[in-house]
Design a protein around this ligand. Structure first.
Ligand code: 5AD
Ligand code: SF4
Length: 483
C-alpha cells in the first residue's frame, strides 16, 4: 500500500505531482515539515481532534482524516480543549444535526480566543448545502478551512494551505467522478473496519438531502475493494462492514461485471475475514440472489438493516420509495423464510408531509407484523431543496410528536419481545471492548448485532467466543462465556 511511502524522502521543494494519490503524499510531506517545525518550537507534537457527527460513511471518512493526520505527525487529542487542530465531519440529514454543529462552533470560538494558533476545519455533508458556507463566512469567521464530501481526498493539500495562511480557505465541489484510492486510514477499532464500496445515491427519496450532498452513485472497482479487504485481513481485521448509501445497486453505476451478491461471494473467500456486514439496503433493490448468498454464507452476519420509512403505501409513493406496504411485507417474508434467525432493523420517519394518523396506523401495522429487532424512528425534518420541503400539508409539530410516540412505543414493545427470544441460547460474540460501566465485564456483539456483556479477561478483545445468553436486559444481554 502507498501507506508505506516514507514521507521524508519526498522532495517538497519540487513542484507537486499532478497524479493522485501521489499529489496528496507530497502535501502530507509538506505538512510533516510544518509539524517538525512546530515540534522544534514547542517541544511537543501538535494534537488533532476529529469529530465524526454522522453515519457509518462519515465515520469511515473520519478514519481517513485521522489516518492522514497521523501520517503527518499529529497525535490524537481526547477533546477540543487540548487540540491544535480541530475538524468536525458534519452531517445534515436532519436539521438537528446542523444545529449541533453551530452549537459546538460557539464553544470552539471561545477556545480559539484563548489559543489563537488553533486551526479549525469543517467538512462533510452539511458543507455541501447551499447557504451553509455563506453562514459560516458571515458568522463564524474564525473557521480556517471548509471543504465538502467530494474532495475529502484532498485534505492534506487543503491542510497544507490552511497551515500557511491566515484567511478562511473554502473548497466545495458540486460533484466528482474521482475515486482516489490508497490514502492512509486509521481504524478506530483494530479488528473491525468499514469499507466504502460505493459513493453517493441516485434514489432521490423526496425527503432526503443525501443525493444532493453526496452526489451521484459511483461504485468502486471490485478489484480495489477486494484488495483492500485482503490488506485489512492481513492487518488483523476480522469483521468488515461494506458501506454504501444503497449497497444493493452496487455495480450499476458505472455498469460493472459484478453485482452486490457477486461482491459478497468474493469477499467471503478472503481468508482471515470472519464476519461480513453491510449497510444500507434499499428494499426496492434487494434481490433473491442476495437472500440466497446470505443464507448460504457462514460469514455474512445474520442482520439486515432494511429501512421501511413508512408503512403507508400512499406515503411511500410520495416519498418516492418505489415499493408498497405489501411488497415490503412480502420481501420480509422471503428473507425470514430463508433465514428464520435473521435480525431485521429499520428506519422510520414520522410526520412526512400529508401523513395522517391513519398512515401512522399503517406504519404501526407493519412494525407489529415484522417485529423488528430494532428501529430508528425519526421526526420528519424539512430539508431545503428536497421535493418534500415544497409539498403542501406539512404536518404540525404536535401531531408529528403524537405519531412519533405511538410508533416508538410499538417499536420498543415488539423489539423487546423479539430479542428476548434469544434467552438461553449460546451464540458467538465478537468481543469488542471492556464494558464502560463495569470493568469486570466485556462487551461482545452477536452476528445479529445484539450486544452481550459478560465477565472475562480483556485479552479476549478482538476474538470471537461462544457466550450463553442468560438475562435479557432490554436491547442487550448479560451472559457467560461458554467453554
Ligand atoms: N427527516 C427525517 N429523517 C430523515 N432521514 C433521511 N432524511 C430525513 C429527513 N428529512 C432518515 C431516513 C434514513 C435515515 C438515515 O435518516 O430514515 O433512512
Ligand atoms: Fe436518502 Fe433514499 Fe438515498 Fe437513502 S436511498 S440516502 S434515504 S435518497
Amino acid at each position: 500500500m502507498y501507506n508505506e511511502i516514507d514521507l521524508d524522502i519526498i522532495d517538497i521543494n519540487s513542484e507537486p505531482p499532478t497524479e493522485e494519490p501521489f499529489r496528496q503524499y507530497y502535501f502530507m510531506a509538506k505538512c510533516r515539515r510544518w509539524v517538525k517545525d512546530f515540534e522544534q518550537k514547542n517541544g511537543r507534537l501538535p494534537k488533532s481532534f476529529v469529530l465524526n457527527m454522522g453515519c457509518q460513511m462519515n465515520a469511515r471518512d473520519s478514519e481517513k482524516l485521522s489516518g492522514i493526520l497521523r501520517r503527518i505527525g499529529y497525535i490524537p487529542a481526547e477533546e477540543e480543549e487540548t487540540a491544535d487542530f480541530c475538524i468536525y465531519n458534519t452531517c445534515t440529514v436532519r436539521d438537528n444535526a446542523d444545529q449541533r454543529v453551530y452549537g459546538r462552533l460557539g464553544h470552539l470560538n471561545s477556545l480559539k480566543k484563548k489559543k489563537p494558533s488553533m486551526k479549525i476545519a469543517l467538512c462533510g455533508c452539511m458543507m455541501q448545502e447551499p447557504g451553509t458556507v455563506e453562514r459560516i463566512r458571515r458568522s463564524y469567521r474564525f473557521v480556517d478551512l471548509v471543504f465538502g464530501t467530494h474532495n475529502l481526498y484532498k485534505f492534506a493539500e487543503l491542510l497544507a494551505d490552511a497551515l500557511e495562511q491566515d484567511r478562511m480557505i473554502v473548497d466545495i465541489w458540486e460533484g466528482t467522478d474521482a475515486i482516489v484510492e490508497e490514502l492512509p486510514v486509521e481504524r478506530k477499532i483494530p479488528f473491525k473496519s468499514g469499507i466504502n464500496i460505493m459513493f453517493g445515491c441516485n434514489n432521490f427519496c423526496s425527503y432526503c438531502i443525501v443525493p444532493y450532498v453526496r452526489g451521484r452513485e459511483r461504485s468502486r472497482n471490485p478489484e480495489d475493494i477486494l484488495q483492500e479487504i485482503s490488506a485489512l485481513a492481513a492487518d488483523g481485521v476480522v469483521e468488515i462492514m461494506l458501506l454504501g448509501q444503497n449497497v444493493n445497486s452496487y455495480g450499476k453505476n458505472p455498469k460493472g461485471r459484478m453485482n452486490f451478491a457477486g461482491l459478497l461471494r468474493e469477499a467471503e473467500k478472503i481468508e482471515g475475514i470472519r464476519r461480513i456486514r453491510f449497510m444500507t439496503s434499499h428494499p426496492k433493490d434487494l434481490s433473491d440472489e442476495l437472500i440466497r448468498v446470505m443464507a448460504e454464507s457462514d460469514k455474512i452476519c445474520r442482520h439486515l438493516h432494511l429501512p421501511l420509512q413508512s408503512g403507508s403505501t400512499r406515503i411511500l409513493g410520495k416519498m418516492n420509495r418505489h415499493y408498497t406496504k405489501e411488497q415490503y411485507l412480502s420481501l420480509v417474508e422471503r428473507i425470514r423464510g430463508a433465514m428464520p434467525d435473521i435480525a431485521l432493523t429499520t428506519d422510520i420517519i414520522v410526520g412526512f408531509p400529508g401523513e395522517t394518523p391513519e398512515d401512522v396506523d399503517e406504519t404501526i401495522d407493519v412494525i407489529r407484523r415484522v417485529e423488528f429487532d430494532n428501529a430508528f424512528t425519526f421526526l420528519y425534518s424539512k430539508r431545503t431543496g428536497t421535493p418534500a420541503a415544497a409539498m403542501e400539508n406539512q404536518v404540525e409539530e404536535s401531531v408529528m410528536k403524537e405519531g412519533f410516540d405511538r410508533v416508538l412505543k410499538v417499536v420498543q414493545d415488539t423489539a423487546r419481545k423479539r430479542v428476548a427470544l434469544l434467552a438461553g441460547r449460546t451464540m458467538e460474540a465478537l468481543v469488542e471492548e471492556r464494558n464502560g460501566q463495569d470493568a469486570s465485564l466485556l462487551t461482545g456483539r452477536l452476528s445479529n448485532n445484539t450486544l452481550v456483556h459478560f465477565p472475562g479477561d480483556p485479552s479476549l478483545i478482538g476474538q470471537i467466543v461462544p457466550v450463553s445468553l442468560k438475562e435479557y436486559k432490554g436491547f442487550y444481554y448479560l451472559g457467560e462465556r461458554s467453554l
